[in-house]
Design a protein around this ligand. Structure first.
Ligand SMILES: Nc1ncnc2c1ncn2[C@@H]1O[C@H](COP(=O)(O)OP(=O)(O)OP(=O)(O)O)[C@@H](O)[C@H]1O
Ligand SMILES: [Mg+2]
Length: 220
């Protein structure tokens, strides 16, 4: 009971997305998936096993939308939290929004927000993409500077960082976040490209109708 509560608190601190809050890699490894995703999951799990190894610092997970990147990375963090690793999940937009919120406030300097993302031993920096989704000039110079500052500080402190997003190629990632971030990600890093079909599908109408029959909710 105490252990369950500790785990719950650690997951909350790590900000794992609620959709995947209780997930671990073990659960995903048992679920049917395309063969390429099974390879990716094993690579991800192996990277996780090296969490205390000072090498293999970074992991980059790119690929098509709906392939399960966020789910797999949430599960990775879930498994790392289980063994007591200090982790944090953030989206790129969330980090930038928190930084920008300091511009109009005197309560907290921007550097303190950046420091929050430098502190954890493992950081997942997910959903890197621009408004045009092509990764071309869609982040401002200031936004790239903030990402660079955070990634460089983590790199200097030899902390493990996962960069992830709906980006098809390393070239597109470089175009988006710049050479400095990409080259740090590359050093001793592992690359996973998710290029199997999206798992996101429309609901099947038979299942929808069946659920409505069982719902019991009456609307006026
Ligand atoms: N092997 C699988 N079998 C069934 N569903 C899966 C599988 N892998 C992932 N999913 C589901 O696919 C959906 C999309 O996953 P997720 O949000 O992680 O994708 P993503 O790659 O991060 O997408 P995006 O690039 O758009 O952010 C989720 O509902 C997830 O549970
Ligand atoms: Mg995602």
């Amino acid at each position: 009971m105490v252990r369950a509560l500790q785990l719950h608190r650690a997951r909350c601190r790590a900000k794992i997305p609620p959709k995947y809050a209780d997930l671990t890699l073990g659960q995903l490894l048992q679920r049917p998936c395309p063969p390429e995703q099974a390879v990716a999951l094993n690579k991800l799990a192996n990277w996780g096993k090296l969490v205390t190894n000072p090498g293999f610092l970074n992991l980059t997970v790119i690929g098509d939308k709906g392939t399960g990147k966020t789910e797999m990375l949430s599960a990775l963090l879930g498994s790392l939290v289980h063994i007591g690793v200090d982790c944090k999940y953030t989206t790129c937009n969330d980090m930038l929004a928190k930084c920008k919120a300091t511009w109009k406030s005197k309560d907290m300097p921007e550097s303190a927000v950046v420091a929050e993302y430098v502190q954890p031993k493992v950081l997942v920096f997910d959903e890197i993409s621009g408004p045009d989704r092509e990764g071309l000039e869609s982040l401002s110079t200031r936004e790239i500077y903030l990402i660079e500052t955070m990634i460089d500080e983590r790199y200097q402190q030899q902390k493990k960082t996962v960069l992830a997003g709906n980006i098809k190629t390393m070239e597109a990632l470089i175009a988006l976040v710049g050479e400095r971030v990409a080259s740090r990600a590359q050093e001793g890093g592992v690359l996973i490209v998710c290029n199997w079909p999206s798992h996101r599908k429309w609901a099947r109408i038979e299942e929808f109708d069946e659920a409505v029959k069982k719902s019991g909710v009456q609307l006026c």
